[in-house]
Design a protein around this ligand. Structure first.
Ligand SMILES: C[S@@+](CC[C@H](N)C(=O)[O-])C[C@H]1O[C@@H](n2cnc3c(N)ncnc32)[C@H](O)[C@@H]1O
Length: 400
């Protein structure tokens, strides 16, 4: 490892203090050493995008705002570095989230157990996380793969400038990275709604896979799995992290995109369930609904065009939709319109009722198993000694 330009001392001191609280324990000395030897600003482009507090992003340029830029670099926050089709597609992850993920993956002495000799990081991005892995485990232990060729090249340059040399590859992480397999740890830095079979196949028995989780309804939680001897994997969810979802490589299609189907007229009814209970920020409820009602996503509409407030629900893979309207007065009666083969509000209502019946389980009570066919089963533990209740158990989807 070469010596790299140091992080500005005052900024680094603040970051070291800030990451400790979300970690929930004292910063392990080897992670502190890693943060000191991996100056985060070396991994950042001259233009960063910061949250504007209004649901959007504002640019922060090194040339015009050098103080703001370096302060952002050493703040415990994710920094968006790239947009694709108007949406954030790459970022320098939040340092405390990176450290929590490394601990969960059992990386470093602080995590206990044997030091992993081969680790695959998925989503190189800026290279910052890969550099931390190198600082803890050594360059030879680390492989990292990035979908976007420009990001992969930039990430590798950043790593080199900071004095690290892991194996950086460009490719779709859904396939893992076979040339470096098998791995003792696979760590994703984007969220998935199912675990690609390649990740399980490329992890040694007893090895761990850690990945942020997402569903159409709720992007939240981190899944930590241990791979068994028979090619299955089991583990549980942890209540932290919200990462951008896994991207798919662009694919050529045989013809022009088909026009969206015209919106069908829906049937109306009244519902006593408040839309705020299912989509108002209760992450435990929303996490459950994401598993129980696959493919359903929501958006709030406060334009007043249809009602003072409307919760719009869509089926990501079909024509069904639902709308739940608040008239500005009645908090116990909402007008619901539903259309299509799926009655989405009925599914959400049933899912929420089930979650309440189960005693409002928290994210940490959910366990996931993947079998050799790639089928996912999610169970929720509702009490000591009692068998888990199956929330999601389904045959594997055909590949797209
Ligand atoms: C949160 S960012 C990564 C942060 C990065 N580890 C760091 O420390 O800066 C997620 C990255 O995953 C990449 N990504 C998303 N889908 C991918 C895929 N299917 N294969 C490989 N990389 C992917 C994105 O391009 C993006 O750079």
């Amino acid at each position: 490892m070469k010596t790299s330009p140091a992080a500005p001392a005052a900024h680094l001191g603040r970051l070291l203090a800030d990451v400790t609280e979300p970690l929930g324990r004292q910063l392990p000395p080897e992670y502190e050493r890693a943060l000191r030897t991996v100056p985060r600003h070396l991994f950042l482009p001259d233009r960063l995008w910061l949250r504007d507090g209004d649901g959007g992003y504002r640019p922060c340029d090194r040339s015009t705002n050098p103080d703001g830029w370096i302060t952002a670099a050493y703040t415990d926050t994710p920094l968006v570095t790239r947009f694709t089709d108007g949406l954030p597609s790459s970022s320098a992850s939040m340092p405390s989230m990176v450290l929590r993920t490394l601990l969960l993956a059992g990386i470093g002495d602080a995590a206990g157990g044997a030091r992993p000799r081969r680790v695959l990081e998925l989503g190189t991005g800026t290279g910052f996380n890969a550099a931390l892995l190198c600082a803890v485990l050594g360059d030879d232990a680390v492989s990292t793969v990035e979908l976007d060729p420009l990001l992969a090249a930039q990430g590798e340059r950043n790593l080199e400038a900071a004095g690290f040399a892991p194996a950086v590859s460009c490719g779709d992480a859904a396939a893992g990275w076979p040339p470096g397999a098998p791995y003792e740890r696979v760590v994703a830095t984007f969220s998935v709604d199912r675990v690609p079979p390649a990740w399980v196949e490329q992890t040694t028995a007893g090895g761990r896979i850690v990945t942020p989780w997402t569903s159409a309804w709720c992007r939240y939680g981190t899944l930590a799995l241990t791979v068994g001897r028979n090619g299955t994997a089991h583990g549980r969810f942890h209540a932290f992290a919200s990462f951008m979802p896994m991207r798919r490589p662009c694919r050529d299609t045989a013809g022009p995109a088909t026009a969206p189907a015209p919106q069908r007229k829906g049937a109306t009814s009244l519902s006593p369930l408040s839309p705020w209970l299912v989509a108002g920020g209760d992450l435990d409820a929303e996490f459950h609904l994401g598993l129980a009602v696959p493919g359903a996503s929501f958006a709030w509409d406060t334009s007043g065009e249809h009602a003072p407030t409307r919760l719009h629900i869509a089926d990501d893979e079909g024509p069904s939709w639902a709308a739940v309207d608040y008239d500005g007065h009645s908090a116990d009666r909402f007008t619901v319109t539903q259309a299509g083969p799926r009655l989405l509000w009925d599914e959400i209502t049933a899912g929420y009722t089930h979650w309440e019946t189960l005693g409002r389980p928290r994210i940490g009570q959910y366990r996931l198993s993947v079998n050799t066919a790639g089928d996912h089963t999610v169970q929720v533990e509702t009490g000591r000694g009692r068998p888990g209740i199956t929330i999601l158990g389904e045959p594997s989807r055909p590949s797209p």
